[in-house]
Design a protein. Structure first.
Length: 146
């Protein structure tokens, strides 16, 4: 039965290694979902809809793909093509761990592969370690590459 594997990808050397590891861990029938996260906050100062209460506001357009996300996904496509593999290239706004866990739940993922980023003790104390958070909360196998 084909498996679904989520790969956290930020175009860093560790994320390239994570994608390469996912390619090794999967077969040709498995689905690889490469996920890049745009962590920038949304602009809440400049609203997209104006008018008075009761007026019908047009639906705001979807947020555009940030340039660094486009570049990261293009580079992920190169890694996949070099290995002769296909994959889904996705992106989301939000915090890294939360977005990866959300996509893993939505796709009923069998595995998550992420790179380990080295954080200070203080950062780890305040929960700034996405790989650790994903490992704790995922309902599937997690591979953390370093």
């Amino acid at each position: 039965m084909p498996r679904t594997v989520i790969v956290g990808f930020d175009d860093s050397p560790l994320s390239v290694h994570a994608l390469e590891r996912a390619i090794i861990e999967t077969g040709p029938d498995d689905k690889i979902v490469v996920l890049t996260i745009a962590e920038e906050g949304l602009d809440l100062v400049e609203p997209r809809a104006r008018g008075v209460l009761g007026e019908s506001a047009a639906v705001a357009p979807l947020l555009p793909e940030p340039p660094h996300v486009s570049e990261a996904l293009a580079n992920a496509r190169v890694v996949l093509e070099r290995a002769g593999r296909d994959g889904m290239l996705e992106w989301a706004y939000g915090d890294v761990a939360g977005a990866i866990l959300d996509v893993a739940r939505q796709t009923d993922a069998d595995m998550i592969v992420v790179g380990e980023h080295h954080h200070s003790r203080l950062a780890r104390l305040f929960g700034a370690d996405p790989a650790a958070e994903i490992t704790r909360a995922a309902g599937c196998e997690v591979i953390v590459v370093s």
